[in-house]
Design a protein around this ligand. Structure first.
Ligand code: BDP
Length: 646
């Protein structure tokens, strides 16, 4: 940890002194500045200020707490690393969200659900006695991008983690992370009172159940005095929850919230609730369940909402709950691990995806009601706010499997701190800090990163298509996936392709999921003239010869988008090859090989999807789209085995 005493000072240039310390211990220095409101900085905000002190040119990194000074110092290092001009600095930086957490979907046996970078970094078996150096690196890396919490365990939770056996291990991790300002959180399995507590119910309104949780929470705080709280997945995909007792999501969340209140802990209650028993569009179910509960949650509950209503697709319209629950703080859940976006192999810079969602106007309270303003709490004056990112970290030497996966971890942290930061700036910063300041490298690699999200949308799910990937593991194309035990996990449910057309009708003539959005959005998206084409088949079912804005038929446009995606991956490859001499060989070779795989797999996606949809469209491929290499049968029979992360 940094020494926050004023003695910690060093000379940057012979004539400049660097001082890191809080205003209270530096009254002299503080007297030289009158433009800083230390109260506004809170516990995490910092300043980096150039000034004259005792006749000397000085840079002061200031903040009210050690944590703030740490953030400020990392920011200053970033300025040096990215070759910024530090001659007259005047920086004030305050995080816009309070809870900035990674969600690890890590299991006690060290497998990682949807993890593509090796095993879980938590070596439970050797904890609490062995503290891997990697834990410290992990904490430092997170602190350097402003992350202040980590949920150690999978949302598909194992109740064992709440037993004393595990709590000692969790406490050892919490002790390791504490100096870096990182709090530890756990996932709470709703049925834990039965599984490890010997009760015969987990009904949230049952007194014994409440008492069990109260005592469990007290026990946790004995081990971990600054424990952050719980993350809960309930009533979804087989997880137990309040619905088992005919109770609401609010009643379930509030039971845990009350247990945590005496300790200032919080509950992050996921809105990812849907059931295949419910005869309604999956995209509508979370809203239907949660909207009526607005205002019914305890103050220390954050409802954690995925960015879109289905499930971390390459592109989704924003989740209709954003803007629909003004009296409840809603936390954003992004997926950093690329479950549906080429997993650990494809280069997809998620900063662009995150930015697109955060910048979208929900019109909830008139124009300008962006998702970012809901997430940071400013639209409805919530003091509790947060952002969660499902982690892409594992035991791989480079942490994230793909070198560029680190950029997504970085982008998440930066956007959680400031949801208005631009993805392009984030990409540039990351490149300079990761690969150096060579201008050609930065320009070309940045171009590659910034087009990568559009590329993956084009070669996987263009024009609003969604959830058409391989069964269960979600790797590669699978538009033919049908007739499984759950309709809402099949591709045919989502694309609805037939000889009359393609797309999911979510207008009033269909599921009317559109009615869950503000009127402005409804009007814009229901009208084919104003519906953004990127969401077209998300909201509309249209004939194959529907005329697009380009003048092309829908069929041709779909095919041309797949082709464009393939060409974009070719462009990414070429950009990378052109900077060969500017990158060290080891990283160059690995990224090159992965880009080659990505390019080949983009062709696989294009050919498999177009052959499949062509059965219904009965139309030839437009000019510029090559004939597929194999038959549809070939693609349908190709089943990747042992895909990681399931
Ligand atoms: C889906 C994943 C599944 C997760 C679930 C969730 O396929 O593994 O458990 O989301 O978020 O995307 O709970």
């Amino acid at each position: 940890m940094l020494d926050s005493s004023p003695e910690f000072s060093t000379s940057i240039q012979s004539e400049t002194t660097l001082i890191i310390g809080p205003p209270k211990q530096l009254p002299d220095l503080n007297a030289t500045v009158d433009n800083i409101s230390w109260d506004d900085l809170g516990k995490e905000g910092f300043i980096i200020q150039s000034l004259q002190h005792n006749g000397k040119s000085t840079i002061w990194i200031g903040g009210n707490t050690d944590q703030a000074l740490l953030y400020g110092t990392f920011d200053f290092l970033k300025l040096l690393q990215t070759h910024q001009d530090i001659s007259s600095l005047n920086i004030t930086s305050i995080p816009q969200t309070k809870v900035r957490v990674l969600n690890h979907w890590d299991n006690p046996d060290r497998t990682v659900e949807r993890g593509y970078a090796g095993s879980s970094i938590w070596d439970w078996h050797r904890l609490p006695d062995y503290i891997k150096p990697q834990y410290l690196d992990y904490a430092r890396a997170n602190a350097s991008i402003g992350i202040n919490g980590t949920v150690l365990t999978n949302v598909n939770a194992n109740a064992q983690v709440l037993t004393p056996y595990f709590l000692k291990k969790v406490a050892a991790l919490a002790d390791t992370f504490r100096p870096y300002g990182i709090k530890v959180y756990l996932t709470a399995r709703f049925s834990a009172p039965m599984e490890i507590g010997g009760l015969d119910t987990a009904d949230p309104l049952n007194d014994d159940v409440q008492k069990w949780w109260d005592e469990k929470v007290n026990e946790i705080y004995k081990h971990i005095p600054d424990f952050g709280g719980f993350l809960v997945k309930a009533d979804s995909e087989g997880q137990p929850g309040p619905q088992n007792y005919n109770r609401t999501q609010a009643e379930g969340a509030n039971m845990l919230a009350k247990a945590l209140q005496p300790h200032q802990g919080i509950v992050m209650w996921r809105a990812f609730v849907y059931s295949n028993e419910t005869p309604d569009d999956r995209a509508k179910q979370a809203y239907n369940e949660f909207k009526p509960l607005d205002g019914k949650f305890e103050d220390n509950v954050l409802v954690q909402v995925k960015n879109g209503a289905i499930d971390f697709q390459p592109r989704e319209p924003f989740h209709p709950l954003f803007g629909a629950m003004p009296e409840t703080p809603l936390m954003m859940e992004f997926q950093i691990t690329q479950e549906y976006l080429g997993q650990g192999t494809h280069l997809v810079f998620l900063g662009s995806l995150f930015e697109e969602v955060l910048d979208t106007d929900t019109y909830a309270e008139g124009p300008g009601s962006t998702v970012a303003k809901i997430v940071d709490g400013s639209l409805d004056n919530h003091s509790l706010s947060g952002m969660a990112g499902v982690s892409n970290i594992g035991t791989d030497r480079n942490w994230t499997g793909h070198q560029f996966g680190q950029a997504n971890w970085y982008a998440f942290g930066k956007l959680a701190w400031n949801p208005r930061k631009s993805a392009a700036n984030i990409a540039q910063e990351w490149l300079r800090m990761t690969f150096g300041n060579d201008e050609e490298l930065v320009t070309k690699a940045k171009r590659m990163m910034l087009q990568s999200h559009e590329a993956v949308v084009n070669y996987m799910t263009p024009l609003g298509l969604h959830h058409i990937m391989g069964w269960s593991h979600h790797y590669g194309p699978g538009p033919w996936v049908t007739d499984k035990h759950r309709d809402d996990w099949t591709s045919t449910y989502y694309h609805q392709a037939s000889s009359d057309g393609i797309g999911f009708d979510r207008t009033a003539s269909g599921s009317n999921a559109l009615s869950q959005y503000a009127l402005e959005i409804q009007r814009k998206y229901e009208d084919l003239d104003s519906c953004p084409e990127k969401y077209l088949l998300w909201f509309h079912h249209l004939p194959w010869d529907y005329k697009m804005k380009s003048g092309n038929s829908l069929w041709d446009e779909i095919a041309l988008h797949y082709q464009m995606g393939v060409e974009q991956t070719q462009g990414m490859l070429e950009d990378w090859q052109s900077i060969k001499d500017h990158v060290d060989k080891q990283r160059y070779d690995q990224v090159l090989a992965f880009l080659q795989i990505q390019h080949n797999e983009a062709k696989w996606w294009r050919d498999a999807c177009l052959l499949y949809f062509q059965q219904f469209s009965q139309k030839p491929l437009p000019e510029g789209v090559p004939q597929p290499e194999f038959t549809l049968d070939h693609y349908q029979n190709f089943k990747p085995l042992f895909v990681p992360g399931i």
